[in-house]
Design a binder for this molecule. Structure first.
Ligand SMILES: Cc1ncc(COP(=O)(O)O)c(C=O)c1O
Length: 394
């Protein structure tokens, strides 16, 4: 567990903790000072000596960020691509799969909105089919159904969001990974809400692609994403549809050669300051230890759920046997947006998830929107007590 002394230090290093209770890490986490300083320093350097020159001078530091990301996810630096954001990573991964009419994408009820829209767009243009794995009574993927569907349908892709944007549900991505491995099925995991929150290991998950953003629980800057690409994908010749001159070399008039590494999935233009800032965020997380971060987030989230409890006034909406750092609630006679605005007046940051964030999930829960509360390890029990006392007074 993170000690009290460490927590004080962490909070002193986090300007956003000073005047606000930030419970919106599922939106964007608070950057710690080392991340801010790294970004600002590089921008200063670009202004001083020129953007291309600064990139060249700091190339060794940029390379080190790939090493750091590989330690975070337990892979090689060659498996890491940096992108603009999670959806960008996801689209690039999807675009590398040569879908044919009638191919099946097997996904979940709770998969992220933009992923579901991308599947529907693939359906519209290429005639692929979408099948969603039924959930259990308690919520989350039914593993027996998943196994049966994978074996029977032999989908072209299994796509699972580790933790949906609109609830604390943690999907059993490792078990699903074993089924995909067993049946030689491509497996794409959206870990946008879990990288930086849970201790992830792509070897354990057994995925071919894992996408994420850097601004949420990882505490990096906005405008950065990451894509893990497995060796088998690189060796199998998968490449994004719109590969550019960074991802490939134009060899002859009609020939280009894709990069051998996950660089294949990157764009030529790169926000170097943000990459370095992301590196600082990863270093910060690794120094604290992902296992301890996970322990703290789970503790605070459980504490929050317990304190709020489900009463006739407050309804906890999260489902699933395993739940993490996103807590969603609805309140009788109060619109979530009204609640969010009122909490904001008390300097408490939360957000609202609306039905479009999870059409199937929200309809099953019978609500149109929910207040989304997402603590991180830098939050304190006192902050959560203050938050719940306000909610309970309503
Ligand atoms: C589960 C999940 N996947 C993907 C995304 C999209 O991330 P980005 O906005 O970086 O594209 C989000 C954003 O909230 C998310 O919660």
């Amino acid at each position: 567990m993170i000690s009290q002394a460490e927590l004080t230090d962490i909070r002193n290093n986090t300007p956003g903790c000073k005047n606000n209770i930030h419970l919106n890490n599922a939106g964007a986490g608070l950057m710690p000072l080392p991340v801010l300083k790294t970004i600002k320093d590089h921008l200063d350097l670009e202004a001083e000596i020129g953007g291309y020159e600064a990139a060249k001078q700091e190339a060794h530091r940029t390379r080190a960020v790939y090493e750091a990301a590989s330690r975070l996810l337990n892979c090689k630096a060659e498996n890491i691509a940096f992108t603009a954001h999670a959806t960008d990573s996801y689209a690039k991964a999807l675009s590398s799969i040569p879908f044919e009419r009638g191919d099946i994408i097997l996904t979940t009820h709770e998969d992220y909105t933009s992923n579901q829209i991308a599947f529907l767009s693939l359906k519209k243009r290429f005639g692929i089919e979408i099948v969603r794995i039924p959930g259990t009574q308690k919520g989350g993927v039914d593993l027996d159904e998943a196994w049966q569907l994978i074996r029977r349908l032999r989908p072209a892709l299994v796509a699972v969001t580790h933790m949906p944007t609109n609830s604390g549900l943690i999907q059993p991505v490792e078990e699903i990974g074993k089924y995909c491995h067993d049946q030689h099925i491509l497996y794409l995991v959206d870990a946008c809400q879990t990288v930086g929150q849970l201790n992830l290991d792509v070897q354990q998950i057994g995925c071919h692609f894992l996408s994420t953003t850097c601004r949420k629980f990882l505490r990096g800057p906005r405008g950065m994403g990451l894509l893990y690409v497995a060796d088998s994908i690189l060796e199998g010749g998968y490449e994004p549809l719109f590969i550019d001159m960074n991802g490939a070399r134009w060899e002859e008039k009609d020939i280009y050669i894709p990069s051998e590494t996950a660089q294949r999935f990157e764009d030529w233009e790169f926000p170097y300051a943000l990459i370095l800032g992301t590196g600082a965020a990863i270093d910060y997380a690794l120094k604290l230890g992902m296992d301890r971060i996970e322990e703290s987030v789970r503790f605070l989230a459980d504490y929050m759920r317990e304190s709020l409890g489900s009463t006739d006034k407050i309804r906890l909406l999260d489902r699933g046997v395993d739940q993490g750092g996103i807590i969603t609630v609805s309140l009788k006679n109060r619109e979530p947006e009204e609640l969010r605005a009122m909490l904001h007046e008390h300097h408490i940051n939360t957000s609202v998830s609306s039905r479009e964030a999870g059409v199937i999930d929200f309809d099953e829960k019978g609500v149109n929107s929910a207040l989304r509360i997402s603590p991180h390890y830098y939050n304190t029990v006192e902050e959560i007590d203050f938050f719940t006392s306000i909610i309970k007074k309503l």
